[in-house]
Each structure stands twice: as C-alpha cells, then as structure tokens.
Design a binder for this molecule. Sequence first.
Ligand code: NAI
Length: 333
Amino acid sequence: MSNIRVSAFSAKSYDEAFLTQAASSELCFCCYNLPLSPMSASMANGVEIVSAFVNDDLSQDTLEILHKGGTRLIALRCAGYNQVDLQAAKELGIAITNVPAYSPYAVAEYAISMMLALSRKLPRAYNRVRDGNFSLDGLLGFDFYGKTVGLIGGGKIGRLVAERLKAFGCTIVIYDPYNTEAVTDMGFESVSLDTLLAQSDIISLHCPLTDDTRYIIDEDAIAKMKQGVMLINTSRGALMDTKAVLSALKKHKVAYLGLDVYEQEGSLFFEDHSSEIIQDDVIQRLITMPNVLVTGHQAYFTKQALMHISETTVTNILDFVAGKKLINRVEAR
Ligand code: NAI
C-alpha cells in the first residue's frame, strides 16, 4: 500500500516513469513538472519528504516554507548541491541527501562526444548535408592523437575522461589540488592550474562549483591559454565567466566551445522556449557561432543514469523513513 507521499519537483514524465519503477509499494511520488521555489514550495504543504533537482531554488526562503509545511527530508536527484542553502537546512532540521554518482560514464562519454563533434564540425556537416550540400569547405578538423588535454578536476568523471582520451593518443594533464595522489596513481600527470592552461589544446572542466572554482575560467585564465584552445564545460555553468569566453571567441583565442551547462541555465534549460524570444543575449549570441555547441544539461541523460538516480533516491528516502543513518547525507560543514 502506498502510504508515504513524496512531492517531487522538476519531475518530467521520464523522471516519473523511472521513480515509479524504482519505488517500493509504500512510496507514492506526486510529480510536479515545475521547479521548486518560494512560489511553488507550498504545494508540498503537509508532505514530510520532498525531492528536488539540479536547478531548483533551495534558498533559505524556500526551505523555511517547506519547514513550515512539515518537510523533514529533501532527497536531491542529482550529485551537485550548490543550489541548496545547507546552513539554513541544518538550522531548520531538514536533512538533505544527494545521489553522489549516477553515471560518471554518461558524463565522461558526453564530454568526449562534444570534443569530437566540435573538432570534426559534425553539427555543421549534419545541417549542410540535409540541405543537399556535400561540400567540405569549412569542415577541416584536427586529429586528437598527439594533442594535450587538460582536465580541471580529477575525480570520478575527470579520471574516466582521462583514461578514454589516453586511448586516443592524447597527453593528459590534470589539475586537482585535492586529489593529486589518485591522479598520479593512475599514471596521469598532476600539474598546477597555470601549467594546465599554458599546455592544453583542449580544456575540460570536471570539478564542482565552489567558492574556489567559481569563474575558474575567467579573462585572466583565458589569457594564459594557447591560441585556438577548445573549452568544454559539462560541470556547472558558473565555473566559466561566459562573457569573457564570448569575448575570447570573437577574438579567435578560443576556437571551439562546448557547453552542456550555462551560468543562467535555470530560466532556460529543461524547457521548450522555441516559441518565445529568448531575452538572454549571451546564450543567443553563442548559439549563432559555428564553432560553439550548446546543449541543455543532458550529459547525465542516459537510461542507466536515470535508473541509478531513481534507485538511490528511493533508498535515501526509505533509509530516512526507517530512521537509518543516511549514507548520502550532505551537510553544512
Ligand atoms: P567528484 O567529486 O568525483 O570529482 C570532483 C573533483 O573535483 C574532485 O577530485 C575534487 O578534488 C576536484 N576539485 C574540487 N575543487 C577543485 C578545484 N578548486 N580545482 C580543481 N579540482 C577541484 O565529482 P564527479 O562525479 O567527477 O563530477 C564532477 C562534476 O560534474 C560535478 O561537480 C558536477 O558539477 C558535474 N556533473 C554534471 C552533470 C551533467 O549532466 N552535466 C552530471 C553529473 C555531474
């Protein structure tokens, strides 16, 4: 019998399908296809368990409304928790859990697919051929063999990207001040950020968004990079100062850009805006560039990842209900 209600926000039909499949009979997911925010939080009134996603607004305001309504657990369906005011949650006695790793393979494979698509100009080629144009002008690519790839963040995803690109014959350098040993144990070179910026032909971001990493790619960092560098961001939008990157694209300093995340993605991604005039001039300008590939936070989006997200979320919830230790709890330090 379903007797424990869970209000799941930002839950699309595909999320609902996987959550329902993973849920034991005692859980009932009430899925809302709208983001959690101070405006929508009261919809969870009287519900002890809420589930939220990557762009939901879990600021103090939202948390206070949820707390007043009786919410005691927020089960995030994502790894990152930079969208949560952890201090406020702690003070209000709301437990937060996450899904630490759903499929690092999905994101690693996606980052590499962005690199290859950009270098071989696949989006342009695809559109061109559909128009009956088989000319190769403007489609000249480059070999990955012999190129240096710099990875900022050598955790689960960064190391998978490193292993895979090593097989392409690339030289890999990794900047990760907190994980140097694991990186060198795997046979990869651990370098300073400045060395990585100076040596890399391709730079891919695989670190979390923290106070230290916000705008890790800014005007100064770009100035230290090679002319014609490729930048890939599948981690978090605010790791890059997007305006600085746009300016570097216009000057040809950055020759390729792949973004699956964007600083202002909260008001755009995961929704269909095709009938609107998008007001964000930065993303609109980026989308017009032939050497830029933007996708809407889909790196994680594989069957395996959705299954794992749902199963871990359900386990986190059942552990909470059973009063067990929450192994995936995230807390303010
Ligand atoms: P992880 O926790 O295994 O690895 C992150 C690494 O970043 C750690 O080794 C850590 O030491 C390092 N790091 C922390 N601060 C750093 C700094 N200042 N400079 C350089 N490195 C630093 O995390 P994982 O699973 O590899 O994920 C990486 C990121 O990928 C996540 O933080 C998340 O933002 C993003 N992600 C994006 C998804 C998407 O669909 N686009 C899906 C899942 C994760």
